[in-house]
Structure formats: structure tokens, C-alpha cells
Design a binder for this molecule. Structure first.
Ligand code: ADP
Ligand code: MG
Ligand code: ZN
Length: 482
């Protein structure tokens, strides 16, 4: 971007809460499902039905508000936001305008080794709308109301961002806080976290804000970064050529790498907000807030610090382990089984993440007994089972087809490294006598062919022999020392 200019960005982030039921009825919030099977008269907006607030939504919102260092509103209220859209059958959305559940907070982000505070203007609760399915088959559009009434939190930041990196650090931070709170899975690709980017530009040193545009619902952090760079350049070009930026909503097409205007921006007045008459104002007591505050989890940074201190891990290892709360907790259980911290850290950061990636799985998908895994790691680390075979077992465990009893499996399949050298020596003699030509090559000075011979023994041993042991004994035999 042009060096004399700066971008100014404010974000509106929507997060879908992972409560079991919807915000104002008892329908399931489960993602997907046959269209229009997760709904009822309430979430389909039938006249005469009454919404009842799901208490879990209020509790999740309070914990989120505290995690965002916000003040919690003690008399929050819901308001109606009126607009028509085919996926909004009531023709209004129940949201919060006048008394949102949380306000005046901040989060700290780390960009280029600098800590920066991003102020949170407010966070409110609202219901999600349905979806429109555009059918290629008959060229029609069909509404699916399954998502109607799924609870959302909307977090509105102050216009404090000055770069795309700051924006992605902030989104990572919100995801970390909310997944640690276990109130949302924050998956952008599934739409459970969505960000609207408000962006304006101005000459550096300028104090007043420029006219902004808004880009809605971009579904990956990478795409958001590209959209930001592109929009900032577009606005600077406009202003430099003497034109104006029009306040409007733009759609970012990430495949074609350009945006286009969708509609001129509505203001709050356009929605004719008024207090939702079907839901009485709520009272949030000190006791409720106090209870929730006392039960907040240890968050990512604190956990990382503790892992470094308590387990002697490097900052790098600790940082990777705590990226996922489930993984961090799993790590601690395995350590409590007596496995050395550095060993399990290496397994999780290395083999686990590789195998998860290859199998297109996430840590949450795994169903692994920490006790059984501890045994496997211990056997491999102590050389009782060869790494190759150990990792094959791990791979099967990750795929969900591993043994339930690791020790029994290893015994049944004769995978323990043999401590009986006579068995090994017999196998070495066998390989040497069957490969006379290779043995002659070795003896004539081509010593690296020993790799092939060791490989043959290892192959025939099917995991029973230790490779360095095989090599030592084989060398002795080839040199006539034994
Ligand atoms: P609206 O109610 O019209 O959506 P808000 O005042 O709620 O507008 O602001 C929405 C978001 O836009 C906030 O995150 C805010 O920080 C951001 N924002 C407001 N003005 C600007 C601006 N001139 N440039 C960049 N971001 C802005
Ligand atoms: Mg807004
Ligand atoms: Zn319902």
C-alpha cells in the first residue's frame, strides 16, 4: 500500500455459540441436516409463538464478555431489528441495540513482537438467520430454516486496526479465547465465525476518519487479508484520482480477487429498532457474574507460561501445544502417566499433527486413551518397540482402527524388540548366507552395502529387532570378529 497512507479498520465478528439448543426454542443447533428439519413454529416465526431465552446463551455471553475484558450490562435487553429477507421468516431479527450484554472491553494482540490493545465497543447476543440454497438443478432458490435461531455473539471493535496482520492476529485471539471457553468451535470454513470488515483510508497523520466500506462474510483469514489489501489500494487510488469513496457494502470475490458494490450502507435508523416486547428485560446479578468469573479457564498465554515453567518446555513447543486446549489437556494427562514431557510434546507436535493432517482430522476428532498411548510412547522411547512399528500403531489409533490394548497387540504381533541375541544372530547368518554377492562387495571395500543387509534382517524380523543392534552384530560378523 502507498506509504503516505494508512488503512483504518473496525471489525464486526459473528460467532455461533455451540449450545445444544437454539437461542429462543428447543430445536437443535446441529450443523447441516435435511433442510427444514431443525425448526419449529418459534424459529420459523409463526405468529402467536413466544420466544424463551436459553439461559446457556446468556451464560456463554457473560463468559465471553469477561474474556474480552468488557463491562457486563446488569440489565441487558433484546431489541427487534426489522428487515425483510427470504431467509428471515419473521421479517425481523431479535438482537440487542440499546443495552447489549457487554461493552467497553479490549483484547491484546501480538504483532511483530509488539503488544497492541484493540478496544471492543460492545458485544451483543442475537439470533442467526436461515440460509438460501441456490439449486443448479432447476435454477430455483429454496429457503432452509435450520440455522434460524442459532445463537450468535456479535463483537464490534473500535476502528483500531492498521494492517491486515493485526486483523488476523485479532481473529486468532478471539478464536483462542472462545475455544478455550468452549462456547464455540469458531470454524470460519463452516461459518461458525464470520467477520465483516469496515475499512477506510487516510493520509498518515490525519486525525479524522475517512469514509468506510464494509465487506461481509469473508470465510477465511487468508481471504480477509487479501480483501483488505485490495480494498485499501482501491480506496487510495480513488482518492488520489480526485474521486470519493462511497459508503457501501461490497462483496469480495476471493477467486477473482476483486470486490464489487452490493448495496449502499443501511444505518441503524433504517432497521426501525424497538425493544423486543416478547422478552422481558433481564437482570444479571453480581453473584451470576462472580460465579462465571471464578470458573473461567486458564487461557492460552497463561497455560503456555506454565508449561514452560512446570515442564521445562521451550517457548516454541509450549506455544504449539497450547494452540488447542484439548491437546494441551491431553498432554498433561499423558505426562501424569509418567511419560517424559519432552517426549510426548515431540509426539504431539510431530507425528500427531502430521498424521492428523494426512487423514484430514482434527485433534477434537480423536478418541484416544491417554493410558494406552502412554504405554506406546514409553515402549518406543525406551527402544522396546521400534519407532517404525510404533508409529504404524499410532497411525491406526488416529484413524480410529488401532488396538484397544496396546501391550496385548504388541505381544500378539511379536513386535517387542527381541532381547534374545541368539535369535538375531541366526537371522543375520541366514541373510549373510543368502546374499553372498553383497557380502563379497562389502569385503572388497564397499562398506555401505551393509545398509541393504541390515534392511533384509529388519524386514524378516518384522519389528522384532533393533536396527542399531543388528548393525553392530552384523559388522562384527562381516569382519570375522565373532
Ligand atoms: P453501523 O452501525 O453502521 O454498522 P458502527 O458504528 O456500528 O456502524 O460501526 C461498525 C464498525 O465499523 C465498527 O467496528 C467500527 O469500528 C467500524 N468503523 C466505523 N467507522 C469507521 C471508519 N471510518 N473506518 C473504519 N472503520 C470504521
Ligand atoms: Mg454494525
Ligand atoms: Zn425452533
Amino acid at each position: 500500500m502507498n506509504k503516505e497512507w494508512e488503512m483504518v479498520i473496525g471489525l464486526e465478528v459473528h460467532v455461533e455459540l455451540s449450545t445444544k439448543s437454539k437461542i429462543f426454542c428447543s430445536c437443535t443447533t446441529e450443523f447441516g441436516g435435511e433442510p427444514n428439519t431443525h425448526c419449529c413454529p418459534v424459529c420459523m416465526g409463526m405468529p402467536g409463538t413466544l420466544p424463551v431465552l436459553n439461559k446457556k446463551v446468556l451464560e456463554s455471553a457473560i463468559s465471553a464478555g469477561l474474556a474480552l475484558n468488557c463491562e457486563i450490562e446488569r440489565e441487558p435487553r433484546f431489541d427487534r431489528k426489522n428487515y425483510f429477507y427470504p431467509d428471515l421468516p419473521k421479517a425481523y431479527q431479535i438482537s440487542q441495540l440499546y443495552k447489549p450484554i457487554a461493552h467497553d472491553g479490549y483484547v491484546e494482540i501480538l504483532v511483530n513482537d509488539n503488544v497492541k490493545k484493540i478496544r471492543i465497543h460492545e458485544m451483543h447476543m442475537e439470533e442467526d438467520a436461515g440460509k438460501l440454497i441456490h439449486s443448479d438443478f432447476d435454477n430455483e432458490t429454496y429457503p432452509d430454516y435450520n440455522r434460524c435461531g442459532v445463537p450468535l455473539l456479535e463483537i464490534v471493535s473500535e476502528p483500531d486496526f492498521r494492517s491486515a496482520e493485526e486483523v488476523s492476529a485479532y481473529l486468532d485471539k478471539i478464536r483462542a479465547l472462545f475455544t478455550y471457553l468452549e462456547i464455540s468451535d469458531c470454524k470460519m470454513q463452516e461459518g461458525s465465525m464470520r467477520a465483516d470488515v469496515n475499512l477506510s483510508v487516510r493520509r498518515k497523520g490525519e486525525k479524522t476518519l475517512g469514509t468506510r466500506t464494509e465487506m461481509k462474510n469473508i470465510n477465511s483469514i487468508k481471504a480477509i487479508e487479501r480483501a483488505i489489501e485490495n480494498e485499501a489500494d482501491r480506496q487510495v487510488d480513488l482518492l488520489l484520482s480526485g474521486e470519493r469513496v462511497v459508503q457501501e457494502t461490497r462483496h469480495w470475490n476471493d477467486d477473482k480477487r476483486f470486490s464489487y458494490a452490493m448495496r449502499s450502507k443501511e444505518n441503524a435508523q433504517d432497521y426501525r429498532y424497538f425493544p423486543e416486547p416478547d422478552i422481558p428485560p433481564m437482570i444479571v446479578t453480581d453473584e451470576m457474574v462472580g460465579d462465571i468469573r471464578n470458573n473461567l479457564p486458564e487461557f492460552m498465554e497463561a497455560k503456555k507460561e506454565r508449561f514452560m515453567k512446570q515442564y521445562g518446555l521451550s517457548e516454541y513447543d509450549a506455544g504449539l501445544l497450547v494452540l488447542n486446549k484439548k491437546q494441551a489437556e491431553f498432554f498433561e494427562v499423558v505426562v501424569s502417566e509418567g511419560v517424559e514431557a519432552k517426549a510426548i510434546a515431540n509426539w504431539l507436535i510431530g507425528y500427531f499433527s502430521r498424521s492428523l493432517r494426512e487423514n484430514n482430522l482434527e485433534f477434537e476428532d480423536l478418541d484416544i486413551s491417554p493410558v494406552e498411548l502412554s504405554k506406546l510412547i514409553t515402549y518406543v522411547e525406551e527402544g522396546k518397540v521400534n519407532r517404525k512399528e510404533g508409529l504404524e500403531i499410532l497411525d491406526n489409533i488416529i484413524k480410529g482402527c488401532g488396538p484397544e490394548d496396546v501391550e496385548k497387540y504388541i505381544k500378539d504381533n511379536d513386535l517387542f524388540v527381541s532381547t534374545d541375541n541368539s535369535e538375531l544372530e541366526a537371522e543375520i547368518d541366514n541373510v549373510l548366507s543368502n546374499n553372498q554377492k553383497v557380502v563379497d562387495e562389502y569385503k572388497s571395500g564397499k562398506e555401505k552395502v551393509i545398509g541393504f543387509l541390515v534392511g533384509q534382517v529388519m524386514k524378516n524380523g518384522k519389528g522384532k529387532f533393533n536396527p542399531s543392534n543388528v548393525k553392530t552384530i552384523m559388522e562384527k560378523k562381516l569382519k570375522g570378529e565373532v
